[in-house]
Design a protein around this ligand. Structure first.
Ligand SMILES: [Ca+2]
Ligand SMILES: [Ca+2]
Length: 172
C-alpha cells in the first residue's frame, strides 16, 4: 500500500475449480482494521470479496493483510498438479476515497502429496487407510482414492499402504 492508508477494497479470486475449491467463509486478515470477515460470494473456486474499514484515517499502510482464504484440493487430483490462483483488483481505495489502482496478482500452487489422504484435508484417517488396503488386495476400485498410490506408479501395494500408515501416525 506504500504510505497511503487502506480504506476499502474489492477483489475477485479465481482458480481452476477442477483442481481447487475455496472453503467458505473467507476470513478477515491479520491486520487489525481488516480482521473482520469480508463481504463475500463464493462459487467453487471463484470468489468476490470486499471490505472497508472506518476505524482510522492514518492507517493501515505498508503491508496490509486483508483477508485469508483456505483452498481445498479436490479429491481425485494427482499430487504434483499445479493450479494458478489469480487475484484481480476490482477497486481499492485509500481512507480518503482515492483509488490506489492495483494490479492483478497470481500465484501457482502445487498439490502436495500426502500418502493415503484421499480427501486432501491434510491428515490421514483410518477409513482412508482402509480404502488403500482394499485397493491393494483387489477389493476396491483402483480409482477410489488417488492418494492411496503413494509412489504414483499406478498401483496400490502394501508399500503404499505403509507410507499411508506413517502419514497417519506422524502427520503429512
Ligand atoms: Ca484425509
Ligand atoms: Ca504404488
Amino acid at each position: 500500500m506504500g504510505d497511503r492508508a487502506l480504506g476499502a477494497y474489492s477483489l475477485a479470486v479465481t482458480c481452476d475449480d477442477t483442481i481447487l475449491e475455496i472453503v467458505p467463509p473467507i476470513s478477515g486478515g491479520t491486520t487489525a482494521e481488516f480482521s473482520g470477515q469480508p463481504t463475500q460470494s463464493i462459487h467453487g473456486c471463484a470468489a468476490n470479496l470486499a471490505a472497508f474499514q472506518g476505524n482510522r484515517l492514518d492507517g493501515p499502510a505498508g503491508t496490509v493483510n486483508m483477508a485469508r482464504a483456505l483452498l481445498r484440493v479436490k479429491e481425485r487430483v494427482e499430487p504434483g498438479t499445479t493450479a494458478t490462483v489469480t487475484v484481480d483488483v476490482n477497486s481499492i481505495f485509500d481512507t480518503g476515497g482515492v483509488s490506489l489502482g492495483g494490479h492483478p496478482a497470481s500465484l501457482v500452487v502445487t498439490v502436495g502429496s500426502c500418502p493415503s489422504d484421499c480427501d486432501r484435508n491434510g491428515s490421514v484417517t483410518v477409513d482412508e487407510l482402509i480404502r488403500g488396503v482394499n485397493t491393494a488386495f483387489g477389493l476396491g476400485d483402483a480409482n477410489d482414492c488417488a492418494a492411496s498410490d503413494a509412489d504414483g506408479n499406478g498401483s496400490v501395494t502394501v508399500d503404499d499402504v505403509i507410507r499411508g500408515v506413517t502419514a497417519a501416525l506422524d502427520g503429512c
